[in-house]
Design a protein around this ligand. Structure first.
Ligand code: FES
Ligand code: FE2
Length: 424
């Protein structure tokens, strides 16, 4: 699954190099190569980005009943999302208060009325309070609250469960995504249900920003993604990054698809009753800084995100959800819906595989002595928009050469302080 950004319909011939919506003159060079190869920068990114910005952990339907839970690890942090006895979603660090073991080890599961740590057997109620410990007389008295699981900041937005490990610059999720709220509401995402596993994931050998760079532009679509081009290549547009989010929208081409998957998808997709005409034949994407996208198709919805597990190792993870209607029915509508979901998955799967190859090649370039810098097209302005936000959080990224060894964090802190002093 991938979104692609194309600010103008391909059919519009540009009279000059500038595409509408982009400034006259802008820095087309992208981030410096060292930003993709630095261990020190990775540590800064984990702290400044991944621990301090909202991350989609999953969807409420991943924990449908009391006792259901799911987990999400990122940047050395571990989240545990559980539905409590009253049916409310709760989030904790997946860190046992005894000696720090994972309280639950599976990505997804169901417990009874307590979570039992697999190390020594401490058990916790679903509200996080400590319930019991084996051999309690070997401890002084343990306060259930004080020794309960550490709560994690979280927010549920249209069924998506966001977590944040440390306070950060973004406002609440509701505020962050407010401008998208009316449109997302059309899809009834809160009542969608998990379609299989809690999430899919894939590990690739590339810096995480290479993944995002590829996903943030649509200039490559006509060449690299035949199926997407066939689906909505003539209409796709991107609004650009604005206050940490980005909306992209593609209305299906009027012509019949040329490829097997798109042709059948376009012909078999039924009219979804809860969607207005404007969204019955279109794909919508909402990008959320720094590393994730929610997508909304007529027949299903979900998210994908990428996060680093090393300088040149990235996990791409996502979840897919759809309205329960029709799954158990044998009506023509249900059959068409199921087929459409399958075909959309084929299109996304092909696109994802194509992007992985492009991402790996981009990553290799960052280690090459032949790489100078990017020469971005106006059609790749989304890459620049994302880089601008990264530079805002980590001003050290505006340096064309890496700071001396061991100095990335200190240099960044000094640049941040200087910027604050200057009132920028
Ligand atoms: S670490 Fe959990 S019970 Fe010991
Ligand atoms: Fe792509």
């Amino acid at each position: 699954m991938n979104k692609h950004i194309c600010p103008l319909p391909e059919s519009i011939a540009l009279e000059k190099s500038q595409v509408s919506g982009t400034p006259e003159n802008w820095d087309r060079s992208g981030l410096p190569a060292w930003a993709y190869t630095s261990d020190e920068l990775l540590e800064l990114e984990k702290e400044q980005l991944f621990r301090r910005h909202w991350q989609i952990a999953g969807h409420v339907s991943d924990a449908p009943e009391p006792g259901n839970y799911f987990c999400f690890d990122v940047a050395g942090e571990r989240a545990l999302i559980v539905r409590d006895k009253q049916g409310a979603i709760r989030a904790f660090h997946n860190v046992c208060r005894h000696r720090g073991s994972r309280v639950v080890s599976d990505e997804k599961g169901k417990c009874g009325s307590a979570l039992v740590c697999p190390f020594h057997g401490w058990s916790f109620n679903l509200d996080g309070t400590l319930r019991s410990v084996p051999q309690p007389r070997s401890f002084p008295e343990l306060d259930p609250e004080e020794h309960g699981l550490v709560p994690l900041e979280f927010e549920v937005w249209h069924g998506f469960v966001f977590v944040r490990f440390k306070p950060g610059p973004q406002p609440s999720v509701k505020e962050l995504l407010a401008r998208h709220e009316p449109e997302v509401a059309l899809y009834k995402a809160a009542s969608a249900v998990s379609h299989g596993e809690v999430s899919w994931s894939q590990t690739i050998k590339a810096n995480w920003k290479c993944v995002r760079d590829v996903d943030n532009e649509g200039y490559h679509v006509p060449i690299a993604h035949p199926a997407l081009q066939d689906l909505y290549g003539s209409t796709y547009f991107d609004e650009g990054w604005q206050d940490g989010t980005n909306r992209s929208f593609g209305v299906f081409n009027a012509r019949k698809g040329r490829l097997w998957s798109t042709r059948h998808y376009l012909s078999i997709l039924p009219e979804i009753p809860h969607l207005p005409d404007s969204h019955r034949r279109a794909w919508l994407y909402i990008g959320i800084f720094p590393n994730q996208v929610m997508f909304f198709y007529p027949e299903g919805l979900g998210y994908y995100q990428e996060y680093p597990t090393g300088v040149v190792e990235t996990v791409i993870r996502g979840g897919y959800y759809c309205q329960p209607i029709g799954d158990s029915e044998d009506s023509d509508y249900a059959r068409r819906l199921r087929a459409a979901r399958y075909l959309a998955g084929r299109i996304d799967g092909d696109t994802g595989n194509e992007d992985v190859q492009l991402t790996i090649w981009s990553n290799e370039a960052m280690h090459s002595s032949g790489f100078k810098d990017f020469v971005l097209s106006d059609l790749e302005y989304g890459v620049k928009g994302h880089h601008d936000q990264l530079r805002k959080v980590m001003p050290v990224l505006s340096l064309s050469e890496a700071p001396a060894s061991g100095m990335v964090e200190a240099t960044n802190a000094a640049m941040q302080a200087a910027r604050q002093e200057a009132g920028a």
